[in-house]
Design a protein around this ligand. Sequence first.
Ligand code: C2E
Ligand code: MG
Ligand code: MG
Ligand code: MG
Length: 275
Amino acid sequence: RAKRSGRNRFVLFDDAMHQTAMGVLDMEQELRNALVRDEFVPWFQPLVRLGDEGVIGYEALLRWNHPERGVLTPGAFLKVAEDSGLIEGIDWRMFRLALEASRELVHDGSFITLNVSPRLFQHDDFDRRILALTHEVGFDPARLRLEVTEGTLLGDPDAVVATLQRLRDAKIEAALDDFGTGYSSLGHVHHFPLKMIKIDRSFITPFAAGVAPRSSAVIEAILALGNALGAEVVAEGIETRYQCEVLKAMGCVYGQGYLFAHPEPAEYWLAKQGR
Ligand code: C2E
Ligand code: MG
Ligand code: MG
Ligand code: MG
């Protein structure tokens, strides 16, 4: 049964189908093979200014170019990759490819973001390794932002702050991803040097014409927090014009979502930029 969901036309199976169709051990072996065969690639989705829909940067999103099953999204394999530790090798390969592609993709002050898995961030040489990678690839670290989740911040707070500060000293800023879904409280976030806060899409999705969901209070609180901390706030998962208008009216300046663009390979965006 092929699942077709809008523009994600290459996604042939959904997450649940995968977890049952394939045992965890088989999946681990497949992931190992995929690393050797170099089947992991970055796709990119723009982050935009809601005012004029101008692109301010691109988020690099991991895709698995599976030889039989087409292009797979992380939902189909990320959990096994994380539990097995294979995510570390996958992430480093993915980061290198994303930075290489971004040398052309990113210009005029725009940036790229990479999603960093919590276990990668925990290594004490993580900041040195990512900085070394930017030098190796020839990518300006000032144009790189790292997306971390609340789970990452929940580790040893002093160590996390120190790592984020060293990254900032090296011109690599951090974004807090999926904010509002984890266990960190609003009062906890100010300890961390963050350039950007991304409001989780679950707070945006409930907005439909004529509906004023309870999540609007959460969004307002996050916008106020961002203002107080001098951090940019991005609303994730904007799918409708209505959601975009409501967010603008609330004072949200940045967004991301299918309304503006789906994730696509680098070549797509380069062609679009006329390069
Ligand atoms: P995320 O970082 O929160 O990324 C946003 C996800 O929402 C992406 O799913 C994106 O394709 C999807 N999305 C964007 N706009 C919309 C929208 O308007 N509506 C809906 N329904 N979805 C939207 P994707 O690409 O499947 O990635 C899922 C998650 O996998 C990411 O969530 C991130 O946590 C993780 N991930 C992605 N790339 C990497 C990577 O390179 N390394 C690691 N460790 N994790 C990654
Ligand atoms: Mg992200
Ligand atoms: Mg997110
Ligand atoms: Mg998310």
